[in-house]
Design a protein around this ligand. Structure first.
Ligand SMILES: *Cc1c(COP(=O)(O)O)cnc(C)c1O
Length: 465
């Protein structure tokens, strides 16, 4: 088939740009109609070919009614982040170039971009420059890698080679983490074969940071057992960060491996205004973070970072006779550091996002989101809502109206379409959860969204919701 790639790609890119242009003015969430979406995408797979141009046209038509404005300025659910112009364009190129970022041989360019973006990221976050950085799908994968590397180390300290002999018969490893840990830690414990019973929850403060006295007590109770301590920078509800310096110090006194889950919160380190929240970050042994959240890189992109580069590579790499330029070396890159073998060249988009913003731009992005979160809290409070957390970062917990009808209020907010917020349960209470992590959000977006949230709560109270 004779394909005009130039026209085809231009059409896809242009449609993407069009989506970005409109996303601000459209309802944030479509009214989901699964039946018609399934009908648009479904049917029999034709026996014959369809022209690429027609496929793209069909895809656009089928997907458009079901697209959520997650990339837009008023999506405050989860911690979604946006997609910066340069990072998005770099991601389009990544697709077009279709590099396999497994090793240097397969893509010298991808390797160089990953090295550069890794160096910049470590500088911004205050992580030792000798640390290794693997480009993974997200913080789930990054946490899994950090815990896997930690397991290798703490079991080696106990005289056990887990890479060779596995966990059967090994000394039991404990994963010590606060009761406010992200659920990805538990999934990592399951996937890696520890089982969730290996997770020892430690009580948290009222804001959701690990309680240091309880951490000490838990570690004391574990005696000489191999321990991985998972700390958190950025609680998904409150934004609270564990006291990394104190907690890492205590953990190291016990010979534990220290992993920090900082999916979005690690980026607090990039701004002088918030860096104190993650002071001591450099003391950890491994870190997991996302580029697709606060850095506004398109999905999916996370970073698995390890202070011991050789151990990181020894844990994650594999060797095969037909592969060169890989396997644990003194300069591990790419596939040596990730659970994936073949994967897309994620470094291009990270490099582009960082290059576009510059050092001050990343700090400003963090500051702006924090300031907008405080503005949201203040506007809501002025309108009669209650704020349930110290807004130290970009997360706000809100209740408004009848406590028994908060989920009805959330549904009304989502249906109305000005903004999108989700719900959560915090200290036994249903609350609205607001996360500000998109670089395009403005003060105006916050103000109209706060008004919409208050109006929806009122309408629910009046019984129209
Ligand atoms: C989002 C998040 C994760 C999971 O990250 P993914 O990118 O979804 O894999 C883990 N921990 C925290 C604190 C998070 O906010």
């Amino acid at each position: 088939m004779d394909v005009d790639l130039d026209r085809l790609f231009a059409r896809a890119a242009s449609e993407g740009a069009h989506h970005r242009d409109r996303v601000r003015d459209r309802p944030v969430h479509p009214l989901p109609d699964r039946v018609s979406l399934d009908a648009a995408f479904g049917g029999e797979l034709p026996a014959g070919a369809t022209s690429p141009d027609r496929v793209v046209g069909e895809l656009i038509a089928a997907a458009s009614p079901g697209l959520v404005g997650t990339v837009g300025p008023r999506f405050f659910g989860f911690v979604i982040g946006g997609a910066s112009p340069a990072a998005s364009a770099a991601d389009l190129l990544t697709t077009a170039w279709d590099q396999c970022a497994y090793n240097e041989v397969l893509s010298p360019a991808a390797a160089a971009a990953e090295r550069a973006a890794a160096a910049w990221t470590k500088q911004l976050l205050g992580i030792p420059e000798t640390a290794s950085v693997g480009y993974v799908t997200g913080a789930q994968a990054a946490n899994t890698v950090g815990i896997a590397v930690g397991c290798q180390r703490v079991l080696a300290d106990a005289g056990w080679d887990v890479a060779r002999d596995g966990l059967f018969g090994a000394p039991r490893v404990a994963i010590v983490a606060s009761e406010e840990r992200h659920a990805t830690i538990d999934r990592a414990a399951r996937l890696l074969g520890f089982g969730t019973n290996s997770v020892r929850p430690v009580a948290a403060t009222t804001q959701g940071a690990i309680d240091l006295a309880q951490l000490r007590a838990t570690l004391d109770s574990l005696d000489d057992a191999p321990v991985i301590v998972c700390l958190q920078a950025g609680n998904v509800n409150t934004g609270a960060c564990d006291d990394l310096r104190a907690a890492a110090t205590v953990a190291h006194e016990h010979g534990a491996w220290v992993h920090v889950d900082g999916a979005f919160g690690l980026w607090a380190a990039a701004s002088p205004r918030t860096a104190h929240l993650v002071a001591g970050i450099e003391l950890a042994d491994s870190w997991g973070t996302d580029a697709h959240k606060w850095l506004n890189v398109p999905y999916d992109c996370g970073l698995a970072i390890c202070a011991d580069a050789a151990l990181h590579a020894a844990t994650m790499s594999y060797a095969a006779a037909y592969l060169t330029g890989s396997g644990a070396t003194s300069d591990p890159v790419l596939g040596d550091l990730t659970p994936e073998s073949s994967r897309r060249a994620r470094g291009f988009a990270v490099w582009a996002a960082l290059r576009e913003l510059g050092r001050d731009g990343v700090a400003d992005l963090v500051d702006r989101c924090c300031a907008l979160a405080r503005r949201m809290a203040a506007r809501l409070e002025a309108g009669g809502a209650t704020i349930h957390n110290d807004v130290v970062l970009n997360q706000v917990l809100v209740s408004v109206g009848d406590p028994g009808r908060i989920d009805a209020a959330i549904e009304a907010i989502q249906r109305e379409g000005t903004c999108w917020v989700g719900g959560t349960t915090w200290h036994g209470r249903r609350l609205i959860r607001v996360s500000v992590s998109n670089a395009t959000t403005t003060e105006h977006d916050i103000d109209v969204s706060a008004d919409a949230i208050l109006a929806a709560a009122t309408s629910v109270a009046l019984g129209d919701g």
